[in-house]
Design a protein. Structure first.
Length: 406
């Protein structure tokens, strides 16, 4: 087990120990946020037929050749073709068919003229200018040709991709299974939400926080509830979950206090300890173990520390499990709008709000940023790196900000 290591080394160890989940087929509506485990190739042309982009009249280009204001051409209307319907009429010399947006272009026609560009006189359409062949026609396969590779394996399925899969008629799609995440909060002081608050106790907020973070990333989280500071109790809660989970996340009980028993519980369950304690603030008391191909990550109980270490270490793990190979947090240079007085030995990551204004990023720091404070996490959209040994930071200094949720 590595003890008290730099964050970069910790991340490398953790990433080295996590495995991408197996591919599964899902209905496309259940695949939002998942990564493709197959290349998607179009098996048909999109659209599948020449179609009209507007309401108008299908005509033959050559019939319009001599049309002008002085000498208009009159075409005989021989039918009406709504979208989704077919006609066996063929447009011959001097004829036209009225179409709706999305109608299939009838045989014989090579132009569609918008309704508002013509006049209808006694079932005859008056045309006052020539139209070249192909005007207002969406060609078969113009959007996508059959046989085109539409998406590559590893791509994230966002709403647009799901719409495109639907257009291709794909009901099911092969994606990496959502990682299953079991979440346990440990600490004798914890109460569940429905319990009345007692002196000396705190409500378990971490579980809900972590559940939501994992869910938003596309994982399948499960709450194991709360558990006191006893090795046996922690083991009993975790053991059945290990049969199900790809990742176990605990909070609390990983620092060097007398009641910090999560590490012991991991070991006694048969997991191999990989690391304990990381040189950073907050969240230094993190413990990571491996049990077969599953990971167990013990985060600090301090809510903000748990949140920040989740962003730094758990997010990349979950994305890797979901099939993402190349995740790196989005990093920008930003100008501090507030000072930060504390100087510490190790790097510190503090919550912040970073916005792009007048050509540059600027970062605001909340007043309260101790790792036990939860209230100011709400407006957080970034983490700012306070370099170990450097400082105090003044307003106007340039810092590195990691943009979250991207
Ligand atoms: P620990 O990591 O066990 O030393 O806990 C650090 C701090 O976080 C203590 O003040 C705990 O009361 C608090 N804490 C631990 N677990 C939770 C939780 N699930 N929800 C909210 N606060 C917690
Ligand atoms: Mg504790």
């Amino acid at each position: 087990m590595k003890i008290n290591i730099l964050p970069a080394e910790a991340l490398e160890i953790i990433m080295g120990a996590c495995k991408t989940t197996d591919p599964v087929y899902l209905p496309i509506l259940d695949s939002l946020g998942s990564l493709l485990a197959e290349d998607v190739v179009s098996d048909s042309d999109l659209p599948g037929f020449d179609k009209s982009p507007l309401d108008g009249y299908a005509v033959r280009s050559r019939d319009t050749r001599s049309a002008s204001d002085e000498s208009p051409v009159l075409l005989q209307k021989i039918g009406f073709l709504p979208a989704g319907h077919l006609t066996d009429k063929v447009i011959g010399k001097g004829e036209t068919i009225r179409l709706m947006t999305g109608s299939k272009i009838p045989e014989g026609a090579d132009v569609v003229i918008a309704f508002e560009k013509v006049e209808l006189i006694d079932n005859r359409v008056k045309i006052t200018r020539p139209y070249p062949a192909g005007t207002n026609i969406i060609k078969k396969g113009e959007d996508l040709k059959s046989g085109t590779r539409v998406f590559n394996r590893g791509m994230v399925l966002n709403p647009a991709e799901i719409g495109i899969l639907a257009a291709l008629g794909r009901c099911f799609i092969k994606v990496y299974r959502r990682p299953r995440v079991a979440i346990l909060s440990t600490g004798d002081e914890l109460l569940e939400l429905q319990e009345p608050l007692e002196e000396g106790k705190v409500r378990n907020s971490n579980s809900y926080f972590i559940f939501s973070l994992a869910k938003r990333l596309g994982a399948e989280p499960c709450l194991l509830g709360i558990c006191g500071d006893q090795v046996e109790a922690i083991k009993n809660q975790l053991k059945p979950a290990l049969a199900w989970a790809d990742l176990v996340i605990t909070t609390g009980g990983v620092s060097v206090g007398d009641y910090d028993l999560v590490k012991d519980a991991f070991s006694e369950l048969g997991a191999e300890m990989l690391l304990w304690r990381v040189k950073m603030k907050p969240g230094s008391p993190m413990a990571v173990a491996r049990y077969r191909d599953k990971l167990l990550i013990g985060l600090s109980g301090n809510p903000a520390a748990a949140y920040i270490t989740f962003e730094l270490f758990v997010r990349p793990v979950l994305l890797r499990m979901m099939g993402r190979k190349d995740y790196k947090p989005v990093e920008v240079k930003s100008i501090l709008q507030d000072g930060f007085p504390k100087v510490s030995k190790n790097d510190r990551l503090i919550r912040a709000k970073t916005v792009y204004r007048e050509g540059r990023f600027i970062t605001f720091l909340p007043e309260k940023h101790s790792s036990g404070t939860i209230s100011t996490l709400s407006a957080t959209n970034s983490l700012v790196q306070i370099v170990g040994g450097k400082g105090p930071y003044e307003a106007g200094e340039e810092v590195v900000a990691y943009l979250l949720h991207l």
